[in-house]
Design a protein around this ligand. Structure first.
Ligand code: GRF
Length: 193
C-alpha cells in the first residue's frame, strides 16, 4: 500500500520505515512521499532514499497546511504516518482521512499525552511521576492530541533509567521497532475499519 510520511525534524522514525521496507521483501507498504512543515534533516534522509519530498510552510496557518497536504496526497495514498510531525492538522482534514492517519507517541498513552507532551517534556513528566514503565504508542489520529484509538504499544521498565535523556534514547529504540511493524501489519492485515 502507498504511504505518505509527515515529519518536522530529524526523521529517525522515517529512517526506520525506509530501512524496514528495504530489508523486508514482503513489506506491506511503500513510502511514496515525505512532507515536512518546516526545514527538517529528515528531508535529506528521504532524498537519499530516492523518495519524493515536499517542504510546506506552516506559517500560512494550519488550514492552508492541511489543504496543501490534501492536494498533494488526494486519492493516491492509503495511509498517512505522522513521524515526529509537530503541527496539528485541522478537523476537516482529520475527518476526510479518518482511520487512515497514524501517529507514534513516545509514551504509554493514554498517560503522558496531549499538548506539550513531546520532546524531552514527556520523558521528564514520566520520571517526575515516578512511573514504573514507559514506552511508545502507535494510534489513529483523531481531533484530539494523542487521543485516538490505540493500535500498538511497546514498553520498558524504568528501574535502570536515571534521567530523561537516557529514557528518550531507550524509547526511541522501541519506536524504531514498533512503527514499521505496526504499519506493516496495518497494510497487510488491514485495520478492519
Ligand atoms: C521523537 O521524540 C519521537 O518520539 C516523536 O518525534 C520525535 C522525533 O522523532 N514521534 P524523529 O527522530 O524526527 O523521527
Amino acid at each position: 500500500l502507498r504511504v505518505a510520511v509527515l515529519i518536522s525534524g530529524g526523521g529517525s522514525n522515517l529512517q526506520s520505515l525506509i530501512d524496514f521496507a528495504r530489508t523486508e521483501y514482503n513489506a506491506g507498504y511503500e513510502i511514496v512521499t515525505v512532507i515536512s512543515d518546516r526545514p527538517a534533516e529528515g528531508l535529506a534522509r528521504a532524498e537519499k532514499a530516492g523518495i519524493q519530498t515536499h517542504l510546506l510552510d506552516r506559517k500560512k496557518g494550519m488550514k492552508v497546511l492541511a489543504e496543501n497536504i490534501d492536494n498533494l496526497l488526494e486519492n493516491t495514498i492509503d495511509y498517512i504516518v505522522l513521524a515526529g510531525f509537530l503541527s496539528i492538522l485541522d478537523r476537516s482534514f482529520i475527518e476526510k482521512w479518518k482511520n487512515r492517519i497514524i501517529n507514534i507517541h513516545p509514551a504509554l498513552l493514554p498517560d503522558f499525552g496531549g499538548k506539550g507532551m513531546y520532546g524531552m517534556n514527556v520523558h521528564r513528566a514520566v520520571l517526575a511521576a515516578g512511573a514504573e514503565k514507559s514506552g511508545c504508542t502507535v494510534h489513529f489520529v483523531d481531533n484530539g492530541i494523542d487521543t485516538g484509538e490505540i493500535i500498538s504499544q511497546m514498553s520498558l521498565d524504568l528501574d535502570k533509567i536515571w534521567n530523561a535523556e537516557q529514557l528518550q534514547k531507550e524509547v526511541l529504540k522501541l519506536e524504531h521497532k514498533l512503527l514499521p511493524q505496526t504499519l506493516h501489519l496495518l497494510c497487510t492485515k488491514g485495520s478492519g475499519k
